[in-house]
Ligand binder design. Sequence first.
Ligand code: NAG
Ligand code: NAG
Length: 266
Amino acid sequence: MINTFHSTLPPPPVPPRTGYAGSKPNSNSSLVKFLSVVLLLLMLLTFGGFFYLFSKTNTLQSNLSNHEDFAILKRLQECEDSTESKWLLNCKELVLKYKSVLDKVLQAEGTAAKIVGESSPETFAHLKAMPKQQSTPPLLNPPANTLLWDREHSVFENVDLSSTGTLTIRRPGTYYIFSQVTFSAQHARAPLRQFIMSKTKKKQEGEPLLKSYCSLSTSRGAGFPDLCTSSQAGVFKLEAGQQLYINVTDRDLVNTESSFFGLFML
Ligand SMILES: *[C@@H]1O[C@H](CO)[C@@H](O)[C@H](O)[C@H]1NC(C)=O
Ligand SMILES: *[C@@H]1O[C@H](CO)[C@@H](O)[C@H](O)[C@H]1NC(C)=O
């Protein structure tokens, strides 16, 4: 190779190429042109190479997602084991990513569960009215128009039941609610009725969700047991902590054997 930098002589002529008629006065500028072309080619090659490699790694990355999952799990494990703050800083981004993915998965699972019809854990209640002889615990003294429930003969899951007759919702959601109350005696002034009442944190004053009434026949002779039954059911959105109870004309007028209250989550 000839060192053109330290030479006082003019640079040697470019070897003649086919189809190119170089002349001596032009030899310098033609060398620059040649080098520029070579440089341009090199740059194109470099960029092309980069693009090629980039797309190649991209396809490989998406293709080898299983391996990547494994690598991420391994990194998560390293994050869990590590106590160095430098490592933990590196972990932060990974954990955030993991969280957002987890949220997506949980959401997808939620919709899948809805499609399949799984709503776990089970939430339901079927409460039997408390028989009269036990119905007035002296210490609690619940209001005379609230029905009380017999724990022993009732079934319930994922709701709370108080001894003053209140059922409290744990899981928010849409519920089917039903009740039936049978009356065995007339009230002197008021109609015979049962309301499914609701109390929320916002509305501490109980308000009726459903109302139903019945009347005893007045024409029957003495000696016949006279009964009337009112039933009702409906679908409601309930929130966690919402309280439900049955308000009747008077608890003492109720035939407890055929009175019940229940619900289940849809
Ligand atoms: C990607 O994976 C599929 C099968 O999972 C395989 O058939 C294909 O050849 C792979 N492509 C590359 C570029 O590795
Ligand atoms: C039951 O209903 C009656 C009549 O609407 C009402 O006066 C009373 O306050 C209610 N009791 C409860 C505990 O909601």
